[in-house]
Design a protein around this ligand. Sequence first.
Ligand code: GLN
Length: 308
Amino acid sequence: MTQSFKSPFNQSLTLTLGHLYPDQLNLYGDRGNILTLRRRCQMRGIELRVVGLGMGDALAPDEYDLLFIGGGQDKEQAPVAQDLYEVKGIGLWAAIEDDMPVLAVCGGYQLLAHYYRPAEGPDMRGLGVFDAWTIHRGWRSQRCVGDIAISWNGSTLVGFENHGGQTYLGTAKPLGRVLKGYGNNAEDHSEGAIYRNTFGTYMHGSLLPKNPHFADYLLDLALRRKYGARLDMLSTEEPEASNGANHSGLSLISGSTNGIVPTATLVQKSTILLTQLDDKLEWEAHASILERLGLHSEAAAVLRRLKG
Ligand code: GLN
């Protein structure tokens, strides 16, 4: 059930997610990422609107708070690459430079780097957001398939990868370090890439259902970007608006409803903390992938945190 809360500036919290190429790039449950974001918002009374951006649709950066682009096979990727470059490129660049959170998976990730060189056919030009490039060395070369776990931000991310292209980073910063699996390539243990708030990764599987902390990280970035400055103003100019919250901040949303913890709480200037959800199932799924990959101590740590 969606509970519509009002923020102190008398407006309910809404985010708009642009889903790029939902009909072309949608492998291995990529859509599950969007369902997860929507559900996690809904549980907190935040509305997440999802707008599909297909071939030929321009991308107006002011209309979105978050972007997602999934993976696809080479034959789908080629026309998408052209559209991305020619139709959406300027808008996407503007969004990225303005710190909009963007999640790009596999084929989508490849197209945000300089180029993808497929096993057959001409190179596909990418946007060059990441200083990286991808080469598919032919159908007989090793394909990177299977479960994958990486270290990220002092924790783990788990997923499933399936790609023929191998990505090499220039100056791009990796998303994380491969603990088990392939990642960007089968050689250097790097996985994915980061530029500003844009995250490229090979992890499908889907990524966000089994990594609730990463899902919330993206939502937090989007909320802070959209509402952070106004909340800053509010916390300095209208301290009386404080709803008895801790620290110097204020409770953005008050009251707990039907067992669901209240929405975002501002505890420090420009920091919106998303309230905790019951993620037992999600973390168990996360731990089971770690177990399957033989990462027993990492799995045990996750389960311990769950109990503690
Ligand atoms: N076509 C790309 C590759 O095989 C991307 C595949 C994908 O998105 N899963 O490398």
